[in-house]
Write a protein of this length. Sequence first.
Length: 221
Amino acid sequence: MLETRDLHKSYQSGDAKVQALGGVSLKIFPGEIIAITGPSGCGKSTLLHILGALDTPTSGQVYLEGHPLHSLNDDKLTSLRQLRIGFVFQFFHLLPTLTVEENVLLPLLLSGRVDGVGKARARDLLEAVALADRMHHRPHQLSGGQMQRAALARALVHRPSVLLADEPTGNLDSASSAAVVNLLTSLARREKTSVVLVTHSEEVAKAADRRIRLVDGRIHS
């Protein structure tokens, strides 16, 4: 589903060159749930952003379902993100002026696919994340856990091949965190979606099928 080959990423910080990734090669299989762990600054988020076509590697190759992300232009990367990749972030990123239902429908709206089928899909996911009775509320009327559950529904509404989650429970209390992780894993298995999640949480990492630990931009174990 996803593959990287000898992935490097470096940045220029003043006169210094900072290496964020130093030769990462990995394979993620269809339907597999992967947790990426490691200390702060080890390259976890950089790797996730490259996997999601939000950033480009300095060198190396990235493939999503055989598509070479490292060689596609911006328009093709944008199209691929809209169709094949779902994102869940730590701070939800729900649009405050839209209702919960409208936020969930946003990926379909951006790709011109909002119709009766799309709306039924959004409502099915809102039911699955226990927000059917909140679909006409706005984000400020929800708790943190509810907002993240809405963000999860939004990330899955367009049936992505892979879901990328960056510290999805980092802004939640322990009870809300457990609920979001349970929903994320159960929905991913229901949808047969591959998941790559970055986390500092041992409890979140335990929910994955496999863990990849990064240290200093390299796979340690």
